[in-house]
Ligand binder design. Sequence first.
Ligand code: NAP
Length: 227
Amino acid sequence: MSENLAGKRILVVGGARGIGADVVRRTAQDGADVVVATRSGPGHVRIDVTDETTIARAARSLGTFDHVVSTASAHHDVPLPDLEHDKIQAAFSAKVIGPLLLAKHFAPRMPAGGSFLFFSGIVGWRPKAGTVVKGTANAALAALVTHLAVELAPLRVNALAPGITDSGTWDRLPDERRLALYDGAAAASLTGRVGTLDDVADAALWLLGAGWVTGETVHVDGGSRHR
Ligand SMILES: NC(=O)c1ccc[n+]([C@@H]2O[C@H](COP(=O)([O-])OP(=O)(O)OC[C@H]3O[C@@H](n4cnc5c(N)ncnc54)[C@H](OP(=O)(O)O)[C@@H]3O)[C@@H](O)[C@H]2O)c1
């Protein structure tokens, strides 16, 4: 049975939109005291996971958290000849180095029973031309949580790897491309549909409270990896 999140203090980096915002809404509904961090700051705490000084400052000034969540990601989905070094670094910085630095600065202040939850993604397990950066960063994050789980025990460290989810992030695509992406992802899943915010938040809330689960990447993808 999941531990109750009521009264727990939770930091959600990337909590102003998409999956992060839904995790904020749902954990707050469960009675958690939730702090939202974004890159731009106003109205929220400022944390840019690619800038260690913002992480260190937030850790010093915000006190103790039971759980730290990060949904930060940066995309660089282009064919190999078009890769740019600084954008490759930005993608790894958001998904891999950022979580590592969040662990470095927040873990020493976390109480027993605390946990980290980071966001990987299905492309780490479904190699496809044009997604080498996102794929390897997502897979690296799965390795990172195993190492951190060992180093930070008994704090828990886990990741969620969503499949294609209608989180708002794909709204930046023209309608036709977005619908084609969703149709393809639904057909490639075992459940015949793309993910919803609730699908992913349900799993996130469970993982935050799952006191005997650590070092795991939980796949919430409608079985898409198996097709
Ligand atoms: N939606 C999907 O289909 C899908 C599939 C597989 C994996 N995922 C993963 O699930 C996570 C959440 O996805 P989503 O759909 O909610 O994506 P999203 O809408 O793009 O959200 C990403 C969040 O990360 C924040 N962020 C980006 N760079 C940051 C940085 N350097 N420092 C701090 N925050 C930063 C963004 O904040 P700003 O507002 O400042 O940009 C935004 O709130 C991501 O890691 C994504 O890769 C999603």
